[in-house]
Design a protein around this ligand. Structure first.
Ligand code: B12
Ligand code: SF4
Length: 437
């Protein structure tokens, strides 16, 4: 009998706020990749739904297998979808980034979940479908180059292509900065090393989606686009018919000196670059393992901007060692950088200690943080539902002893006001409510 598999991407939880909600509506590349692999390797019928695009219809829960993705900010919703699917009698599977460091807790606490998939889902899902999965927690890494390209035919939620927002694709896995200098302290991405899809496949993937949907603007979600000579080879292999395709890419501050904004614009059609700066304080940068050269970085970003390429950069407040002085330095840094840029797009957030990151490991071994957090039935070592605002406060009391939450929120607003469209941090409104600010 042909099995039906429904995959669901939940929205960000209600009490959190999405950072880049507009791209939430597009088919999620992780689930599209899973769907195409399953279709190639089994006879199952796969459908993908996205809660960013529609309220999940009840028929989406009525399948032989229902798989749901989870991030730290969509976990509650993910659990609710799986509960509903279980009520309809489905075999339930959870996967996604939030599983990597919490697989044991998720498997233990949620009896309505049958399988917990760590890391890549392709092989594990096929094993579940074929009935040969032996454990509740599965881990089966795959090589990105062995995976089929996908189109959006299994995406069943309404697909609206808005050329203003880039459609996500995935051709690069891993981060050049993490490989060269180690992972940033706040980063919980589990991939080791870097895997890159052949340039032919990169453009072919774009061509398939472009032909199917008319989309002309794509978001390569790989953690760093500037990997060795990849951009150069991509430019050489660019298909003539894709001349008018635009790209949005992540660039890494680690090897920014190798980037030529002219080349990115003219040869690759890059329309927008996203760079993680996080802090303008060398001491904090050192602590989180993300140091960058100010003059060089400012000058390359200015160059991008003057060529009409949109520059989006991230700033995170509340990192270890943050105090009034360091926040003021961030404010000053943002002022100086925004003055250089034509567009002033900052993704501003308050540091969210997520499981899997090295800072999380430190705080979860800190006796005082645990004393402060583990109250009212909460237990950081056992729970999969984490109260991040409470955890942030417990962490901040030990890792940022000179930081006043009222100052943090005040300066958050000041920095936010400097950007055209600085985004809201998920933690901020919770903290505001708690402190009546
Ligand atoms: C692109 C992206 C986005 C896009 C999503 C576009 C889209 N429509 O999907 C946007 C900008 C909308 C976005 C939003 C958010 N994101 Co985001 N995002 C990414 C990014 C850069 C790439 C994700 C991706 O596509 N990877 C490639 C695919 C192939 O991998 P994958 O999604 O992990 O899927 C594989 C496995 O995880 C697994 N899998 C995934 N789901 C499932 C489900 C089942 C059933 C199974 C079996 C397996 C499985 O199989 C897949 C294939 O192998 C990652 C960083 C990264 N390098 O992964 C962050 C990342 C996933 N995002 C993250 C976060 C926190 C968010 C937000 C919560 C931010 C916010 N507050 O708004 C929101 C949440 C949105 C939501 N619905 O929950 C975190 C998650 C951390 C964590 N531990 O949970 C990450 C890891 C970034 C980070 N530095 O920490 N994001
Ligand atoms: S935060 Fe970004 S730059 Fe730092 S290790 Fe993670 S993916 Fe790489």
């Amino acid at each position: 009998m042909v099995k039906s598999i429904n995959l669901i991407m939940p929205k960000t939880d209600e009490d959190r706020l999405p950072l880049l909600a507009q791209s939430d509506v597009y088919p999620p590349p992780g689930l599209m990749r899973l769907a195409s692999y399953v279709q190639k390797n089994t006879k199952a019928k796969v459908s993908v739904y996205s809660e960013g695009a529609e309220n999940i219809p009840s028929y989406a829960y009525q399948a032989d297998i229902v798989g749901v993705s989870t991030t730290s900010d969509s976990h509650l919703r993910a659990l609710n979808h799986l509960k509903k699917a279980k009520q309809y009698g489905a075999t339930t599977v959870i996967g996604g980034p939030n599983v990597s460091a919490l697989s044991y807790q998720i498997a233990t606490n949620n009896k309505f979940i049958d399988y917990v998939v760590k890391g890549h889902g392709e092989e594990s899902l096929v094993k579940i479908i074929l009935g040969i999965a032996k454990q509740k927690i599965l881990y089966n890494p795959v090589d990105i180059n062995s995976l089929p390209l996908y189109n959006f035919s299994s995406f069943k939620s309404p697909l609206v292509i808005d050329q203003k927002y880039p459609v996500p694709i995935i051709n690069i896995e891993g981060c050049i900065k993490a490989v060269k200098e180690g992972r940033c302290g706040f980063c919980a991405i589990p991939h080791k090393g870097i895997k890159i899809r052949s340039p032919d496949k990169f453009w072919e993937q774009i061509r398939i989606i472009h032909n199917q949907t008319g989309a002309k603007y794509f978001f390569e979600v790989g953690d760093s686009f500037n990997v060795g000579n990849y951009p150069k080879i991509l430019a050489k292999k660019r298909l003539v018919e894709l001349d008018d395709i635009g790209l949005h890419v992540y660039i890494s501050s680690n090897n920014i000196s190798q980037i030529n904004p002219d080349f990115y614009k003219e040869k690759l059609g890059v329309k927008s670059v996203f760079i993680g700066l996080e802090s303008f304080n060398p001491k904090i940068q050192k602590y989180i393992g993300k140091s960058w050269k100010k003059d060089l970085t400012f000058s390359i970003l200015k160059d991008f901007s003057s060529k009409g390429i949109n520059v989006i950069y991230t700033v995170m407040l509340g990192l270890p060692g943050e105090n009034k002085k360091t926040i003021k330095k961030n404010l000053d840094g943002v002022k100086r950088l925004t003055d250089l840029l034509e567009q002033k797009k900052i993704v501003l957030s308050i540091f969210n200690p997520i499981p899997g990151s090295s800072i999380y490991r430190k705080l979860s071994n800190n006796k005082r943080v645990l004393e402060l957090y583990n109250k009212n039935g909460k237990d950081l070592s056992k729970d999969d539902i984490i109260n991040y605002p409470e955890l942030f406060l417990a962490y901040a009391s030990q890792f940022c002893p000179d930081l006043k939450i009222s100052k943090l929120l005040k300066y958050f607003d000041k920095i936010k006001a400097l950007g055209d469209s600085a985004e809201f941090s998920p933690l901020v409104h919770k903290l505001r409510n708690k402190f009546n600010l």
